[in-house]
Design a protein. Structure first.
Length: 312
């Protein structure tokens, strides 16, 4: 099987390529940059085949995919800067990347009769209530431009293809690129007190673990909508931060222990409004994974422990 992966300059694409290599698959990475632009960590992705492709250019998508003729496209590329997406001069660009670009890829997959995996987000829902969102729920009410354009991407896939997996994820972290954990670790070095919201609830997703699941999926024909985050229970960003510092301190980084670093829980209202509205309820129901025979991701606590050993 030949697998084409978009967005390899980002957190997830990087790990998907390495997982493909580990399993002996032919993987071709792609992004906008002329050559691989992710972390130069010596892992397989840094030396695997790479093609520059602008997903917002229909001709570029058509030319590249028709030449490569993959059996599967794993579409990780996306505009993920949630607050910046709200800027009036960015909205059209965000839609081009998340919705229009996704449609171009879906149409090319249709011509090739190949499978497509599209990574989406809990932001397609309104983030209200306390019930976990079901993967087949169609009660879409995005709160912001990012969520709206990711939903449009979902629809572009589901309306044009039959052989697709739409996988919604949340609170993503990986070794390649920026994420919440890296931000907290950096703040912890320069502050002795930080405030973190405690009324937005969800579960983190480690891209290393998610990549394994996505490759498990593409080996099957169990198509449809899925939710995938790490196991380990639903938490707030505050809970997550406390555990990040606790584990970092246990690894010998004393600057993160409670004597040096105080984490204060605050409400979203107290924290202050961000440009984009954020969901309070990012709980995703993942039971469909086991129902369909897939192995769930390890606990987020375990994922965090492995991740910190990589980055600290």
């Amino acid at each position: 099987m030949k697998i084409f992966v978009t967005g390899v300059g980002g957190q997830l694409g990087h790990d998907v390529m390495n997982e493909l290599n580990q399993r002996g698959y032919e993987g071709v990475g792609s992004d906008l940059a002329p050559s691989y632009s992710g972390i130069q960590d010596g892992s397989a992705v840094t030396g695997m085949p790479y093609v520059s492709m602008d997903i917002t250019d229909e001709g570029s998508v058509e030319t590249v995919l028709m030449k490569e003729k993959p059996d599967v496209v794993v579409h990780c590329a996306a505009w993920t800067a949630v607050d910046m997406a709200e800027d009036d001069d960015k909205v059209e660009k965000v839609r081009l990347v998340n919705a229009v670009g996704t449609k171009y890829i879906a149409l090319a997959c249709k011509k090739l009769n190949c499978k497509m995996i599209y990574l989406s987000t809990d932001y397609v829902f309104d983030g209200l209530g306390e019930e976990p969102w079901q993967p087949d729920c169609k009660d879409y009410k995005p709160l912001n431009v990012y969520g709206q354009t990711k939903l449009e991407g979902e629809l572009a896939v589901s309306e044009n293809l039959e052989k697709y997996f739409i996988v919604r994820i949340a609170w993503v972290f990986g070794v390649n690129g920026k994420n919440f954990i890296k931000t907290m670790l950096n703040l912890g070095k320069t502050h002795d007190r930080i405030t973190v919201v405690n009324d937005q609830i969800g579960t983190p997703t480690y891209t290393f673990d998610l990549a394994r699941l996505l490759v498990d999926m593409l080996e099957t024909e169990r198509y449809g909508y899925y939710h995938a985050t790490n196991e380990g229970g639903y938490i707030s960003w505050y809970d997550f931060t406390v555990e990040i510092f606790k584990q970092a301190a246990a690894l010998g980084h004393e600057e993160y222990d409670p004597q040096h670093m105080m984490v204060v829980p605050v409400s979203t209202a107290e924290y202050g409004a961000s440009k984009a509205m954020r969901p309070f309820n990012s709980r995703l129901d993942k039971s469909k994974l086991t129902e369909q025979g897939f192995t769930p991701l390890p606990t987020w606590q375990d994922a965090l422990a492995r991740y910190l050993k990589e980055v600290l």
